[in-house]
Ligand binder design. Structure first.
Ligand code: FAD
Length: 304
């Protein structure tokens, strides 16, 4: 743990080109064309994508305007090239923590374009201070665009099952609630999040079972083989139809496991991040979760 923290703290001071050597496994590149290339490769393997434009926490609303335009351009390009996929975004990039109304308007414009292009936008979940405002955003946007917006929930949060309960009556016009379920990546205090590895897994499965029982659509986002195996058991138990769930993984992570899930006939979606802000994104992520440092070091030595 101490070694991971040391590495995570050192990385921002290393040459950018060196960091790119190990970041490139997890990031499609800097441009929309890089994102398109990665998406086409995955589509050819029978895998859908969710595309994420990398960004920093913003300090002024002018930055939010720039990110909105980048998303509009991205949605336009990916949909006109018939990429099989959808889009993910982080509300903090659009001013969630500066001006909630401005953030809502940006997301509204982005999702409106996705609707026009018959696509879908997922709101990523960020650290615990963002959970309440992101749930509010989701509720407002789900009313406007019932079948075109989804939210992420994090199994490590003590509150998640209560949140699912409180959202349960939000189905509109026959469109089910659409969630991505993940463990959660931020470092949170113990009164906010479960800390024990198996405890997080147990709550992941508890949340998943709740979603299946309540006919919610779920993107099962994990590389943990134990959870994938347990999820398959729940899918059989509740006879969940294929159009009510999918598995999701991150770009560059556990490709063998990904292939085995696809071969078994389950729908798979890969989260494809790209953008000029990859350096800040990678190093910030490492500071948020120093455990990631060991994955990055492994990637450096075991490339390919
Ligand atoms: C599609 C997708 C979207 C996500 N969106 C969010 C979000 O909106 N908010 C949020 O808080 N978190 C998000 N996450 C991150 C998630 O919360 C976890 O932190 C992350 O997926 C690792 O958890 P795991 O379930 O894979 O289990 P872990 O126990 O962390 O990993 C299981 C195994 O997978 C492998 N593995 C995992 N990560 C890596 C890696 N980076 N490199 C190499 N091997 C790896 C290792 O072999 C590890 O033993 C997302 C994850 C995915 C897959």
């Amino acid at each position: 743990m101490i070694v991971n923290k040391l590495i995570a703290n050192m990385l921002p001071h290393m040459p950018k080109r060196l960091i790119w050597i190990f970041s490139k496994r997890y990031i499609a590149g800097e441009t929309i064309d890089d994102g398109l290339r990665a998406a086409r490769e995955l589509n050819a393997q029978g895998v859908e994508v969710t595309v994420d434009v990398l960004g920093e926490f913003i300090t002024s609303l002018a930055q939010a305007e720039g990110y909105k335009n980048k998303y509009l351009e991205t949605i336009d390009r990916f949909t006109s090239e018939n990429i099989k996929g959808n889009f993910s975004l982080k509300p903090s990039m659009f001013g969630l923590l500066i001006d909630k109304e401005a953030c809502y308007k940006h997301l509204y414009n982005i999702i409106a374009l996705a609707v026009e292009k018959n696509s879908f936008v997922r709101i990523d979940m960020e650290d615990s201070q963002c959970v309440d405002p992101e749930m509010t955003l989701f509720k407002q946007l789900k009313k406007e665009f019932p079948g075109h917006v989804g939210l992420v929930v994090q199994a490590y949060l003590r509150r998640t099952l209560d949140d699912l309960n409180s959202l349960n009556n939000l189905t509109a016009n026959g469109h089910p609630l659409n969630f991505r379920l993940c463990k959660g990546i931020y470092v949170e205090p113990p009164h906010v999040a479960y800390k024990d590895y198996q405890e997080v897994r147990d709550h992941f499965l508890e949340d998943l079972e709740y979603m299946f029982k309540n006919k919610m659509y779920v993107g099962i986002a994990t590389h943990d083989k134990y959870l994938i195996d347990q999820a398959k058991i729940l899918i059989e138990k509740y006879e969940v139809p294929k159009d009510m769930y999918e598995f999701q993984m991150l770009y560059g992570v556990t490709p063998e496991l990904r292939r085995s899930v696809v071969q078994e006939g389950h729908k798979m979606r890969v989260y494809v991040p790209f953008g000029k802000e990859w350096f800040g994104y990678s190093t910030r992520r490492l500071k948020e979760n120093p455990k990631m440092a060991s994955h990055i070091i492994k990637a450096l030595f075991f490339r390919g």
